[in-house]
Design a protein around this ligand. Structure first.
Ligand code: UD1
Ligand code: UDP
Length: 368
C-alpha cells in the first residue's frame, strides 16, 4: 500500500514543542505514514533545545535565523527555501502550526505548489489584526489556505465555521502542547543548574517577548516587577529572558543586578516545566504558557490586553492585566494576600487538552 508522505514544517520554539509529539506519533505509524521534517530555524538555539529533548532529527534544516531579523526578509526566506524542499519531497500533505511567520510563509509555499495543507492549532482569534502582531493575520492566512483544520477547542472550531471553513474539514483535537507538557513532566524533572532560589520565598515566574510589547510596554512590565519585589519582601522573580535583542536590552537595563530578581537564559523545556511546577504565580505574554499553566494548577496573569485563548479566562485560571503597571501590581498582590482568590485561580481545570491531541490528528491523517 502506498504510504501518505507527511512533510511537517516548523521553525520556532513553541512550534517545535507543539509539533514534536505529533512527529513522534507519525513516526509510530510507518505502515501508513511517511514522516519528513523540515525546520526553517527561524529560531536557532531555542529551537535546537527542543529538538534535542524530543529527539527529533530534521531531514531539512534551512538555518535562516539572523540577528534581529525583520518580517520581510524572514517571510521571503521561508517562502523561497521551503519551495525547494516541497519540490524535492513531493509530499501528499504539508503540516504547519499556529501563527508564526514560518507557519504563514510555509503554508503559502505549499499552497502555491497546490499541496493540501493541515493546520495544527487552527481557529485561534482575537479578531484584532494588530494584537497580537503579526500573529493574528498569520493564523487567519494559514487557515485560509489550509484544507484540514486541527482545532484545539470548541471556540476555535466556532471561529473556523464563522470564517466559512467547511465543517467536514474541521477536527476538534485538543492542543498538542498538553501532549508535550504531560510527556515532559512525567519523564523529565530538571532543576536549573546554578539558580539558587530561596525556599522560604514565593516564586513568580515571568516571561515576555511579544512584538506589541516592545518599547514602552515592556519597560512598564519591568517597572511593575521591580516595584512588586521592592514592596513584597516575601517574593522572588525568575525571568528566563527571550533572546530577542528588543527584549534583552530593556529587561537587563531595568531589572539587571536587582535583589531577588533572577534574569536567566532561556530554559530547556524540561527545566521550564519544572520551574512552572515550582512557581506560585506566572506572569506572561506567551501563548503556550497560558495553555500549560492550568494543567499545573498555576494562576496566570497575562501581560496582554487581549487573548486568542479566552477559554482559560472563562474558566478562571488566567487574568488579563495588559502591560499596565498598576493592574499588574494589584493582580499579583491580590494573589499573594488573598488565599481564596489564589485557590480559585489555581484549582480550575484545563480547557486545552488531555494529552491525546497528536493521536487524534494522526487518526485523521491515516484516513485521508
Ligand atoms: C517569534 C514569533 C512569535 C512567537 C515567538 C516565540 C514571528 C513573527 N514571531 O517571535 O509569534 O510567539 O517567536 O518565541 O513569527 N533569537 C536568537 N536565538 C533564538 C531565537 C531568537 O538569538 O534561538 C533572536 C534573534 O536575534 C532573532 C530575534 O530573536 O532575530 C527575533 O526572532 P523572531 O523569530 O523573528 O521573533 P520572536 O520575537 O522570537
Ligand atoms: N518555554 C521554554 N523555555 C523558556 C520559556 C518558555 O521551554 O525559557 C516554553 C513554554 O513552556 C512554552 C513555549 O516555550 O511551551 C512558549 O514559547 P514562547 O513563549 O516563546 O512562544 P508563544 O507560545 O508565545 O508563541
Amino acid at each position: 500500500m502506498k504510504r501518505t508522505k507527511v512533510l511537517t514544517i516548523f521553525g520556532t520554539r513553541p512550534e517545535a514543542i507543539k509539533m514534536a509529539p505529533l512527529v513522534k506519533e507519525i513516526e509510530k505509524n510507518t505502515d501508513t505514514l511517511e514522516s519528513v521534517v523540515c525546520v526553517t530555524a527561524q529560531h536557532r538555539q531555542i529551537l535546537d533545545q527542543v529538538l534535542d529533548l524530543f529527539q527529533v532529527e530534521p531531514d531539512y534544516d534551512l538555518n535562516i535565523m539572523k540577528n534581529n531579523q525583520n518580517l520581510w526578509s524572514l517571510t521571503s526566506e521561508v517562502l523561497l527555501k521551503t519551495k525547494e524542499v516541497i519540490e524535492e519531497v513531493k509530499p501528499n500533505i504539508v503540516l504547519v502550526h499556529g501563527d508564526t511567520t514560518t507557519s504563514m510563509a510555509a503554508a503559502l509555499s505549499a499552497f502555491y505548489a497546490k499541496i493540501p495543507i493541515g493546520h495544527v492549532e487552527a481557529g485561534l482569534r482575537t479578531f484584532d489584526k494588530y494584537y497580537p502582531f503579526p500573529e493574528e493575520i498569520n493564523r487567519v492566512f494559514a487557515d485560509a489556505v489550509c484544507t484540514y483544520h486541527f482545532a484545539p477547542t470548541d471556540k476555535s472550531c466556532e471561529n473556523l465555521i464563522k470564517s466559512q471553513i467547511p465543517k467536514e474539514h474541521i477536527y476538534k483535537t485538543g492542543n498538542t502542547v498538553i501532549d508535550a507538557l504531560l510527556y515532559t513532566v512525567k519523564n523529565y524533572e530538571k532543576d536549573i543548574e546554578g539558580l539558587n532560589l530561596n525556599p522560604d520565598l514565593k516564586t513568580i515566574l515571568l516571561t515576555s517577548h511579544r512584538r506589541e510589547n516592545f518599547g514602552e510596554p515592556i519597560k512598564e512590565i519591568c517597572k511593575a516587577v521591580d516595584e512588586l519585589v521592592k514592596n513584597n519582601k516575601n517574593i522572588q522573580v525568575v525571568y528566563p529572558v527571550h533572546p530577542n535583542p528588543n527584549v534583552q536590552k530593556p529587561v537587563y537595563e531595568i531589572l539587571g543586578g536587582k535583589d531577588r530578581i533572577h534574569l536567566i537564559k532561556p530554559l530547556e523545556y524540561a527545566e521550564f516545566c519544572t520551574l512552572m511546577k515550582k512557581s506560585n504565580i506566572i506572569l506572561t505574554d506567551s501563548g503556550g504558557v497560558q495553555e500549560e499553566a492550568p494543567s499545573l494548577g498555576k494562576p496566570v496573569i497575562v501581560l496582554r490586553d487581549t487573548t486568542e485563548r479566552p477559554e482559560a479566562v472563562e474558566y478562571g485560571t488566567v487574568k488579563l492585566a495588559g502591560a499596565n503597571k498598576e493592574i499588574i501590581i494589584s493582580s499579583v498582590e491580590t494573589l499573594l494576600n488573598n488565599e481564596d482568590e489564589y485557590k480559585k485561580m489555581s484549582e480550575a481545570i484545563n480547557p486545552y487538552g488531555d494529552g491525546l491531541a497528536s493521536k487524534r490528528i494522526v487518526e485523521v491523517l491515516k484516513n485521508l
